[in-house]
Design a protein around this ligand. Sequence first.
Ligand code: FAD
Length: 305
Amino acid sequence: MTHDLIIVGGGPAGLAAGIYGVRAGLSVVIIERAMPGGHAATTHYIENYPGFPEGVSGVELAEKMKQQALRFGVDIVGAEAKSIIKKDKSVVIRTDSRELEAPAVIVAIGTNWKKLNVPGEDELRGRGVSYCATCDGPLFRKRDVAVVGCGNSGIQEGKFLLQFVNSVTFVEFLPHVTAEKMTYDLVKDDRRATFLMNHEVVSINGQVRVESITVKDRKTGEEKKVDVSGVFVYVGLEPSSDFLKEVVELDAKGFVVVSERMETSVPGIFAAGDICSKAIRQVVTACAEGATAAINAYKYIESVK
Ligand SMILES: Cc1cc2nc3c(=O)[nH]c(=O)nc-3n(C[C@H](O)[C@H](O)[C@H](O)COP(=O)(O)OP(=O)(O)OC[C@H]3O[C@@H](n4cnc5c(N)ncnc54)[C@H](O)[C@@H]3O)c2cc1C
C-alpha cells in the first residue's frame, strides 16, 4: 500500500475529505489533475458559504481549503486518475506516471461543463469561446459578450463580466431565467444586460476569433446575428465518470450512486461532492459529503485491518 486513503479530485469535496482523513490519523494523498479548488476556484465570488458574512472570492476560499489540508499533512499530487481497480483488500489508482494503492479511495472528481455542440464552438475555443468568466473575463474589457444559460452560474458569472465588458447578451433556451431570484436581481436592471429568453444559439461565427453568434427564437423560428467578441457557456454540468463505468454503479446520467455514508456499490470505494447522484450541488454540500466520506472510509479501513 502507498497510502491509507487516496482521494481522486482536489475540489471542495476532496479537500474536506483530506482534512478529515489526516485528522483521523490516516496517511492521505489527493490526486488532482488541475488546480486544487475545483469549480470553487474558478467562481468569481461565493456569497453563500457559511463563515464569510461579506462573501469570499472563489480563489481565496479554494486556497484556504488547500492550505488547511496541507497544514495537517495531506499530500497533493498533480496527476489525472486514468483507471481504478478494485483488488481483494485494496483499491489501485493508475495515472499516466504512477500507481497508487490504498485500502480505501474517495472519488471526488466533480463535473465538467457541458458544451453547446454548435458549429464554431470547438474551432473558436480559447479564441472567444470560454467556459470560465473568472479566468477569461478580464480579456474582454470594453467588448460585447454573450452568456449562454441563465441558471445561477450564467447569471452570477455574467454579473462578474459586467465589471469589464461593454454589454452582456444573456441567451436562455427556456422562456424564463432559472437562477435564484436574489442572483437574477443583481443584473436584471443593468442597462448593459439584454435577455434573449426562449432562444437557442445556432452557431458561433468568426474567422480567427469570435465575431458573432447566430440565435434562433424558439417560438417564431426567426434567426438573427448578435455581434459579440466573446461567448461564455453555462448550460449545465456533466460527470466525467467514464473511467468509473465498469467499476461502481452509476445512475442513468453517469453520476455515482452513493449511500448516506457516501459508500459506492463497491466496498472500499467512496464518493463525495458533485460527482454523486443527488439534487443539490454546492460547496457546502460537497464539503459535508467529503467529511462524511472520510469518516466512513476511516471506519472501513479500521474494519479491514
Ligand atoms: C460557475 C459556478 C458558480 C458556482 N457558484 C457557487 C456558489 O456561489 N456557491 C456554492 O456553494 N457553489 C457554487 N458552485 C458549485 C460548486 O462550485 C460545486 O458544487 C463544488 O465546487 C463541487 O465540489 P467538488 O469537489 O465535488 O467538485 P469540483 O469543484 O468539480 O472539483 C473536482 C476536482 O476533481 C478534479 N478531477 C476531475 N477528474 C479528475 C481525475 N480523473 N483525476 C484527478 N483529478 C480530477 C478536477 O480537476 C477538480 O479540481 C458554482 C459552480 C460553478 C460552476
